[in-house]
Design a protein around this ligand. Structure first.
Ligand code: SF4
Length: 230
């Protein structure tokens, strides 16, 4: 009974095997490129890598685990890729059209500031580094938001319509934030915290400032931030 359909069934079988083999080969290429990027800090073919890693995210995470890597290594490379790809476009956007979002978990436990409709109103009291970070970023011309959650981000995006964002936060927040920015057609640069948790987390301030000065003329950079010019 099956005989008239045999060529079709065979063709489907062969095509399926071809697709599976192609995916496996692609996965191996991506794995090699990713391992190279992690070891050397150099990213080859970033567009191809980003597309491939996002398209095959589930499988690539499994392959990573197989080689002893954590999901966090995978997410970190995605963030690095996004930053690499967005860097040039970010530099071309005037600072007046950029905003910074940082999580309110960076603040001190004894923070005297209160929440208002645009996030935490930092008093620059000196109990944590948020105040000084915010001051320097504002000196550069940024609008800075210290926010308790992603609903604030969406609200501020609608209110101020920035063209570029620096997102500070834990690894997963930054990865998801960059993806969300893509949906709004906003260029995002992520800076991953050096310590995670719910309270008194630490931002990678050096990286924040290195990112913040991108594309800004040296004479417009405050003296305190000149050391970050690369
Ligand atoms: S510097 Fe700002 S965020 Fe930090 S504790 Fe003081 S008021 Fe709160």
């Amino acid at each position: 009974m099956l005989q008239p359909y045999m060529p079709v069934i065979t063709l489907i079988g062969e095509l399926t095997i071809l697709v599976i083999l192609s995916i496996l080969v692609l996965g191996c290429i991506l794995l090699i490129l990713t391992l190279y990027a992690i070891r050397s800090g150099n990213i080859l073919f970033p567009k191809f890598m980003r597309a491939g890693l996002l398209f095959l995210e589930g499988m690539m995470r499994s392959m990573f685990r197989l080689f002893g890597f954590e999901d966090s290594d995978f997410f970190r490379i995605i963030v690095t890729l996004q930053n690499t790809l967005n860097r040039k476009a970010f530099m071309s956007i005037p600072v007046t059209e950029r905003v910074v979002f940082m999580p309110h978990c960076l603040r001190s436990n004894a923070c005297p500031a209160h929440l208002h409709d645009e996030g935490l109103k930092c008093r620059e009291c000196g109990l944590c580094k948020v105040g000084e970070g915010k001051r320097l970023l504002e000196l550069l011309g940024y609008r800075v938001f210290i926010i308790p959650g992603s609903s604030f981000i969406k609200r501020m995006i609608k209110r101020y319509r920035p063209r570029a964002i620096i997102g500070i936060g834990c690894l997963l927040e930054v990865k998801e934030g960059i993806e969300m920015s893509g949906q709004y057609n906003i260029i995002a640069m992520g800076v991953v915290n050096t310590s995670d948790g719910c309270v008194e987390t630490s931002a990678d301030w050096d990286q924040v400032f290195k990112t913040a000065i991108l594309g800004i003329a040296p004479d417009k950079i405050p003296e305190e931030l000149k050391k970050y010019i690369e």
